[in-house]
Design a protein around this ligand. Structure first.
Ligand SMILES: [Zn+2]
Length: 91
């Protein structure tokens, strides 16, 4: 993942060593969260206008307040590859 334009306007807040949140200092919009320990960057789909967003999984579903019946896998917390239990919930 590489920011190609406006990088000078990007702020960063280290919520933890594995959660580096970045936002636009001009408008305050959220851009992404980097998770270096997982070698993963979470880019908010809404900031990628040409992306055809196709969700693949729900995470932290044990905390849901809105049950979704969309046929997608529902992780109790996080996938094992991300340090979670990897447990899938039956919806
Ligand atoms: Zn902005």
């Amino acid at each position: 993942m590489k920011i190609t334009k406006g990088k000078e306007h990007v702020g960063e807040y280290h919520k933890s060593a594995n959660s580096l949140r970045q936002w636009c200092k001009v408008c305050g919009g959220h851009l992404l969260t980097a998770h270096p320990e997982w070698k993963l960057v979470d880019v908010y789909a809404a900031v990628l206008p040409t992306l055809e967003f196709k969700p693949g999984v729900h995470v932290n579903y044990q905390n849901t307040v809105l049950h979704l019946h969309d046929g997608l896998p529902k992780q109790k917390d996080l996938p094992a590859e991300m340090g979670g239990s990897g447990v899938l919930l039956v919806d």
